[in-house]
Design a protein around this ligand. Sequence first.
Ligand SMILES: [Zn+2]
Ligand SMILES: [Zn+2]
Length: 248
Amino acid sequence: MEKRVIVIVMLFGVITLIGCSSNSKSDPYSSTNPPGTSAGHYLRADEFDRLIVEIDYVTGNKPSAANIEVMQSFLEYALAKPKGIEIILDDEIDSLTDFYGRNEMAIAENRHRDMFTEGKTLATYVLYMNGKVAASSIGGSTFYNTSMAVFPEFLTTIADTVSAYTADELISYVTVHEFGHKLGLVDIGSPMQEPHAFRNARGHCSDSTCVMWPTITEASFERYKSDTTFGLGSLCLQDLLENAKPLN
Ligand SMILES: [Zn+2]
Ligand SMILES: [Zn+2]
């Protein structure tokens, strides 16, 4: 029997500006658009042929070498970036709070993000944070088109109570799931080819064995571990493939 272990994402669709955006001055490519709106820029090579991923982490939440390896493999699998994908494990940063909302994540990004999209290089920003999202049981959050947060400290407490997976595996799973939102899943930037949107959780898949299902199930975790598709079900894959087709 499947048990829902954890709600893994909060997807923030409506963005309010947090004071003055320091990003906009140095960053003509807007990095404060809603999640999913840059999907095509990730999936295709025509506008951006290279990707850099900047990772900052709060003390004690540094992603493991295995986490970074999974991220690299997933991005190489899903993205067309012929000039390469470079992941930069950047700064250890201070904790802002124990309970993060969208504003706190955006503040952390404003304070610490160094790398922005320029020329043909798309830049993306990943925070590995202490504490948790204010609402309970959320292990990751995609809050803008090129930024997201994962919560290792919280995910570790979950993994400690569930024998089916390790903290490392859970952190990688959530990282892949959050990147799925950046790639426009489900129907937030990569249009659905067939209906499979989860009714009550925007941006998620209605297939409970898919990594884009809103919670982690035994079936979705099993698929994530055993498939070569990083747990993406066929309907999500189809959306990505369609959006990955070169324009013109
Ligand atoms: Zn999600
Ligand atoms: Zn799916």
